[in-house]
Design a protein. Structure first.
Length: 308
């Protein structure tokens, strides 16, 4: 038996050849150039400032005295004051501001509950149950999206007037529990149709009915879509102006959008400082609500199919 001896340079060369033959080296990730990062940062910052400028203006205008409106067109007030906040908290027309907030909250909460429950049930019927006239009813439901709200105002008003529901919350809340929001029904239908029907068949073999399948299987899987519907329903109800303007006549029943017009009377002096401050305070709940649930909103809109 013979033994071969290698010198240190030969061993180093052999190890280098083995490393080269082991496979291609991973490429280094190309780092974005610094100037490109700066440009993108500046562009995004400029867009953000443009989008947020109205909110900054609204917030800073709450500290302007009523006399500066129409004279001071700048962003900062000349004589900052917090009197507008005290004036708004005192209320108007003998009604405290918290009453208007409470009315808006009640209407928005009931709208969210009614919209989510009724839309989910209607969407389950369209997406998971086969019955005669399914296509016609679904097309009719989608067709209601083409009807503007102004077309159905008079028939709805006459209907609720005959039921003695004018100047109550019923005309604003009752339709939400009857799945009249076709947009939410369509959104949930498309979400449910992406789910495999094998789960329904397995549940039926175990003796589950439609109620059990809907509550135990469908609802947990469509939670992002339900949260999306809840967010939009809350924002739309909170900002609704035309509906309360038509059906509510007593100031103590006014929500915030209708209460804001009380600060501007065409027959007397308008209090622009209180109007701006009340508008900013009315915006805060919607802003907080959106910030808290924005992650669920993105998941509900962007989700495609089931998550494994």
């Amino acid at each position: 038996m013979t033994t071969a001896s290698f010198s240190e340079p030969a061993l180093a060369e052999l190890e280098h050849q083995l490393e080269d033959s082991s496979g291609p080296r991973p490429r280094r990730k190309l780092k974005r150039k610094t100037w490109q990062t700066i440009v993108w940062f500046v562009v995004l910052l400029a867009i953000t400032l443009v989008v947020l400028y109205p909110m900054f203006w609204l917030f800073l205008s709450t500290f302007k005295p009523n006399a500066e409106f129409g004279q001071n067109s700048g962003l900062l007030p000349n004589n900052p004051t917090v009197d507008n906040y005290f004036k708004v908290m005192e209320g108007i027309a003998g009604i405290p501001m918290w009453k208007f907030f409470w009315n808006s909250f009640v209407l928005a909460a009931l709208a969210v509950i009614g919209t989510v429950i009724s839309s989910a049930l209607a969407a389950y019927a369209f997406a998971r149950i086969q019955f005669k006239g399914l296509g016609i009813l679904f097309a009719a439901m989608i067709g209601t999206l083409l009807l503007p709200f102004h077309v159905v105002i008079i028939p709805q008003y006459l209907l609720f007037n005959s039921l003695n529901m004018i100047d109550t919350f019923w005309p604003l809340v009752l339709p939400k529990f009857l799945a009249t929001e076709a947009f939410f029904v369509f959104l949930l239908v498309q979400f449910m149709r992406q789910m495999p029907r094998d789960m329904d068949e397995a549940a039926r073999i175990d003796g589950a009915g439609h109620i059990r399948i809907f509550w135990a299987i469908i609802v947990p899987l469509i939670r992002p879509a339900l949260i999306t519907c809840a967010i939009f329903a809350f924002i739309w109800s909170w900002n609704d102006f035309l509906g309360p303007l038509l059906y509510l006549t007593s100031p103590e029943n006014y929500p915030l959008p209708i209460a804001l017009k009380l600060y501007n009377d065409q027959t007397s002096t308008s209090d622009y400082g209180a109007t701006v401050t009340a508008s900013f305070m009315a915006l805060l709940p919607v802003l907080i609500f959106f910030i808290v649930f924005q992650r669920f909103l993105v998941d509900g809109v962007a989700t495609q199919g089931l998550k494994g």
